[in-house]
Write a protein of this length. Structure first.
Length: 609
């Protein structure tokens, strides 16, 4: 058998939208992984439909390129804090990181989060200042910010003495000279080979492998991905799985071994210490389990994951339109799907309610749970979703709640509005400085509760020009009541199809969410009231016909286009007594209790309580 190639295992970490996936594309092209004439999608690593639509990385992915006789395993990590669970596990597989920072935006909250995790594991970063060709680039200031960040994260002297490259991922060049505007990525490949250590692995020891990612395949079943920490494994070798306490979960054989070659998983006959591989053959082993030789009884250490801070209730859809648009509507189907998600996504926690008809799903943030709901609706599920709520804790007899660091980049003219709105949400401003180009960067410490549903309002207030980044900061003292939505809603008091004549007369009451001919039911929210209280209305009222002729012609009905909400906007909009009905074709707002009499009873009970 030919000698294995020298190995380097690296992760690319960065804030969302700083160019990780685009840079990986160029590494593929310049290492010869893609043929020159091969048609490859842009951002080839973002293979999931939602990733392509949103332009963000949601799932961590492994790949590998070969350069000058060295195999470089590369892990592309998500840049959004909500998917931090993916990043925390991935870092235990690699021996070095490329920290990518935007030459204009600099070190952002998520940069701090992932860099802190990498430094704590003793990894030595290579800093790449990306998008160096931006006209508003400020490379030197950004480097100073990165150095300050390392110092604040207690980096060692060795970690602070990091190599620096200036690059443009889109144009495919990197250089040690910040004025270079052409070339290729050879300096980056060379830095990876020179600066990142080869995996410190014990080839002669017993086989041990820590599961970091879990996938499913219709033919192979569970596919477990991770790094071989010691020893060698061959196809059909006997193995067993241990949990964190060292208990044997199951015993079996490694029926298939696969290594990463470019974007594909390729079957291999054996894998040795230091390799990042995928393994099939077990039916119960999951993330953070140790797969090893049957003689091994001690599990490998698995990196602890930060706990969830936000939860939503996923319920069976019980509206009058249930079952019309989706094929998966029973609580058993929903339960199986959520349990499967919790198994592969360690940052999500699922608990079943006493009535077995709903499930409390806790995660890192609105985006993470929103992506899960969107994925489920595309698979044919129908769900009723509650308003997100934060998870409180009791510490020393005090009630505490999660806080987030919020960094906002906004045009100077809108900074006053943003500060006022954040103050209403109990946020405290910790820093404010000009960031150049007529923009201001403002940093807040805010309770997560106050930020639920604020993003849409923030975009309206800043005319779409503001950028908001959030990161979990700590659990701090409970801040008291926070003002909710200022407006009530218009609730349908009948079922059928909305009528243009009725909607025309309701326009004076507020903003509508439905069009003529839309199907509606009793208790469904069809608009926003201009006043603070809820109002029951009849959207099916038609014009009374008489046999009298009117002197003038009837005025044509001209309706204002309704406000159509996306799934995320709907979840952010609803109040505690409301729900979002999610089906493969529709997103509807409704009251949790549809019957008006039962609703009144419940609100009276709440008031007396």
């Amino acid at each position: 058998m030919s000698a294995p190639l020298p190995l380097r295992n690296i992760a690319i970490i960065a804030h969302v939208d700083h160019g990780k996936t685009t840079l990986v594309d160029q590494l593929f092209r310049q290492s010869g992984t893609f043929r020159d004439n091969q048609r490859v999608e842009e951002r080839a690593m973002d293979s999931n439909d939602l990733e392509k639509e949103r332009g963000i990385t949601i799932l961590a992915k492994c790949t590998s390129v070969e350069w000058n006789g060295t195999r470089i395993n590369i892990v592309d990590t998500p840049g959004h804090a909500d998917f931090g669970g993916e990043v925390e596990r991935i870092l235990s597989m690699v021996d070095g990181v490329i920290l990518l920072v935007d030459s204009s935006e600099g070190a952002m909250p998520q940069t701090k989060f992932v860099t802190g995790k990498a430094l704590a594991l003793g990894l030595k970063p290579i800093v790449v200042v990306n998008k160096i060709d931006r006209p508003d680039g400020r490379a030197q200031e950004v480097l100073d910010e990165v150095f300050d960040l390392f110092v604040s994260l207690d980096a060692t002297d060795e970690q602070c003495d990091f190599p620096v490259l200036y690059a443009s991922g889109r144009n495919g060049y990197a250089s040690e000279d910040q004025d270079a505007r052409e070339g290729d990525l050879t300096p980056l490949f060379q830095k990876i080979v020179d600066h990142v250590p080869a995996p410190a692995a014990d080839v002669d020891g017993p086989f041990k492998f820590l599961v970091t990612l879990l996938d499913r395949d219709n033919f192979l079943g569970r596919i477990l991905t991770g790094k071989v920490q010691s020893g060698t494994v061959k196809v059909n070798s006997p193995i067993h799985a241990l949990d964190a306490q060292g208990n044997v979960i199951e015993t079996g054989r490694a029926s298939k071994l696969m290594a990463f070659r470019g974007l594909e998983r390729v079957p291999v006959e054996e894998a040795r210490a230091g390799d990042i591989i995928s393994l099939a053959g077990l039916t119960e082993a999951t993330v953070a389990n140790t797969i090893c030789d049957p003689a091994v009884t001690e599990p490998l250490f698995a990196q602890p994951i930060d706990p969830p801070t936000l939860s939503m209730r996923f319920a069976v859809n019980d509206s009058p339109m249930a079952g019309r648009e989706g094929s998966k509507v029973t609580s058993r189907m929903i339960r199986d799907r959520l349990m499967r998600e919790a198994e592969s996504n360690v940052a999500i926690r699922v608990t079943e309610s006493a009535d077995k008809d709903s499930f409390e799903v806790a995660g890192r943030g609105e985006l993470q749970l929103g992506v899960l709901i969107e994925t489920m609706r595309r698979e044919g599920f129908e769900l009723g979703i509650s308003r997100p709520r934060v998870l409180f804790r009791e510490e020393d007899g005090q009630r505490t709640e999660p806080y987030e660091t919020v960094v906002i980049d906004v045009d100077d003219e809108y900074s006053g509005t943003v500060i006022d709105k954040m103050a209403l949400r109990k946020a405290e401003m910790t820093d404010m400085r000009p960031s150049g180009g007529g923009k201001t960067r403002i940093t807040f410490s805010a309770p997560s509760r106050g930020l639920i549903g604020y993003h849409g309002e923030f975009l309206s207030d800043t005319r779409g020009t503001g950028i908001m980044n959030r990161l979990f900061e700590k659990y701090g003292p409970y801040k008291g009541a926070i003002e909710g939505r200022p407006n009530g809603v218009l609730i349908s008091n009948c079922a059928g199809e909305a009528v243009g004549y009725a909607l025309n007369s309701l326009e004076d009451r507020g903003v509508l969410f439905v069009r003529p001919q839309d199907k509606i039911y009793e208790g469904m929210i069809i608009g926003e009231n201009a006043k603070p209280e809820d109002l029951e209305v009849n959207p099916m009222k038609s014009k009374q016909l008489t046999n009298f002729r009117s002197t003038g012609k009837d005025d044509a009905i001209r309706l204002t286009p309704p406000r159509i909400m996306t799934l995320e906007q709907a979840i952010a909009y609803i109040d505690d007594d409301e729900m979002v009905e999610v089906t493969p074709l529709s997103v509807r707002l409704r009251k949790a209790i549809l019957d008006p009499h039962e609703r009144k009873k419940a609100s009276r009970k709440k008031e007396t309580a």
